[in-house]
Design a protein around this ligand. Structure first.
Ligand code: SF4
Length: 492
């Protein structure tokens, strides 16, 4: 882990502006609750680091400036206690408290509350650092490097290159799943290990030395354990439901409450156990639905040897209500229900390998399988205790189901085909992949369309969608133009 004294202040600014910490239950060093209403505007001039922030501290809403440091002592080392420009500071944010705690005091003599961030970080400092660097780098790249210079490059070359990268991206996902399958199928390992780092993630997460190696690699028979395949699929779907902000907690939840465990439970206890182990049920509430959920769980919780998660591990901040983890956990419980009632492996293999069905119909069947209508409480709630302003019809939107199909179902089927040497399944999955249309555009695909392809191509398939993301994240953003087929022509 980098020593605090070596952390660049720019990094600390990124941590604050991107809110790379648990925002749900922040507490100042003085014991007051802290809620960030507005983190403020970065100050490019002299004076405090962020201006015009709004922070609720205890019962009072403050408007003013934020000053950020590595340690508490930096305030006095930088002589801010004698500088009137810091008189409007409402919160002193530091990564670590340092050797001795001393109250932050302004030139006017006012005491400023202190927020010590390291106890609220979601991930180890090094992982957060890496994330903030890539966030900063991507914002720096207003335009991709070849923008305005790539018009002369043959359009077919661009499209072929993007499609090739789309295939590579899927292959990377297959490899990640392969590694996780090996963990799950290893004797004595099932249910014991947290998953290792996933594709696209910073490889510094956790302490790899703390994860014991498997006693022996899984045999061919181990790899054919149905439980391991079902758990792999369930975990991967759970992670995909977490979007970008809740992937880690969803992954943790799905390894705490495993698929085989859920299958043993009566149907009405599954949702309750997931919420209970997610740490999201409030013991003190009058909310009838939460009470019902807790009642259905009975003593099932005690059969799990791990402690429940903490509610603060879940991110609600800056999420659209439709993406709240509460709604996604409710969706996960219903997907599990379906995976049990209409066994998922048999369904997927049966659907994809139908000899006479056209790929479009197979995709429709998969979409229907994962479409979860809103029901009961979740028809008019995004989270516990708060009524939604309008009725919900589905718990997962069509675009998210397509994302799950591309990022989870297809790689899973490719891995299955490889493991079982099933050429028919591989061929049928490839056909699905090239037929599946791309999900809704995002900032990255729009950027590549505009700056590389001179507008969105008439038909964008799933491989092209994946390829644009791969190109931007692993080539443009990393400034690897020399290794890019377009770059070889433009900058050759
Ligand atoms: S990596 Fe390729 S597409 Fe991206 S900016 Fe460089 S030359 Fe252009």
């Amino acid at each position: 882990m980098p020593r605090t004294t070596l952390l660049p202040e720019k990094f600390l600014h990124e941590v604050w502006s991107q809110q790379l910490f648990r925002t749900a239950s922040l507490e100042s060093h003085e014991g007051l609750s802290v809620t960030i209403i507005d983190p403020g505007t970065p100050n490019t001039d002299t004076g405090p680091d962020f201006l015009n922030a709004k922070i609720q501290i205890g019962d009072t809403l403050y408007a003013g400036d934020i000053e950020i440091h590595r340690t508490l002592e930096d305030w006095s080392t930088h002589l801010h206690q004698h500088d009137p420009r810091y008189n409007k500071v409402i919160l002193h944010v530091v990564m670590k408290s340092g050797s001795d705690f001393e109250r932050t005091t302004t030139e006017s003599g006012r005491k400023v509350p202190t927020l010590i961030l390291d106890q609220f970080l979601i991930e180890p400092v090094r992982a957060v650092w890496q994330k903030s660097i890539s966030g900063e780098r991507s914002r720096r790249l207003d335009h991709i490097a070849c923008y305005g210079k790539n018009d002369g490059v043959d359009n077919n070359l661009k499209l072929n290159w993007i499609t090739t990268l789309g295939m590579r991206r899927i292959e990377l996902k297959v490899r990640t799943m392969h590694n996780r399958l090996h963990e799950l199928a290893s004797p004595d390992n099932y249910d014991l290990r947290e998953p290792a780092a996933r594709y696209g993630e910073i490889p510094f997460q956790g302490n790899i030395d703390e994860i014991p190696p498997p006693a022996r690699p899984p045999s061919v028979n181990d790899l054919r354990k149905k439980d391991a395949w079902e758990q792999l699929l369930y975990e991967s779907i759970a992670e995909a439901l977490g979007y970008s902000k809740n992937q880690l907690p969803f992954r943790r939840l799905s390894s705490l409450v495993t698929f085989p465990r859920l299958r043993e439970l009566p149907g009405d206890a599954r949702e309750g156990l997931l919420f209970e182990m997610a740490g999201l049920l409030d013991n003190t509430t009058d909310d009838t639905y939460q009470k019902e959920l807790r009642h259905t769980v009975g003593n099932e919780k005690t059969k799990i040897k791990h402690s429940p998660m903490d509610a603060t591990e879940w991110q609600f901040f800056r999420l659209r209500p439709q993406n709240f983890p509460t709604l996604r956990i409710a969706a996960l419980a219903r997907i599990v229900e379906r995976m049990i009632d209409n066994p998922v492996l048999e369904f997927l293999l049966g659907t994809v390998k139908q000899p006479d069905a056209v790929p479009r119909n197979k995709i429709k069947e998969i979409r229907n399988y994962f479409t979860i209508p809103a029901d009961g409480y979740w028809k008019n709630h995004y989270t516990f205790g708060k009524k939604a302003s309008r009725k919900l019809t589905q718990l997962i939107g069509r675009s998210r189901i397509d994302e799950i199909t591309i990022n989870v179902i297809l790689p899973f089927l490719f891995l299955y085909a490889r493991t079982y040497k099933d050429i028919d399944l591989r061929g049928a999955t490839e056909e699905l992949f090239s037929t599946l249309s791309a999900p809704a555009d995002n900032n990255i695909t729009r950027k590549i369309d505009k700056e590389l392809l001179n507008g969105k191509p008439e038909k964008t398939t799933a491989p092209m969608y994946q390829g644009k993301i791969q190109l931007y994240k692993f080539y443009c953003r990393e400034e690897r133009c020399g290794e890019c087929e377009v770059g070889k022509v433009v900058f050759g």
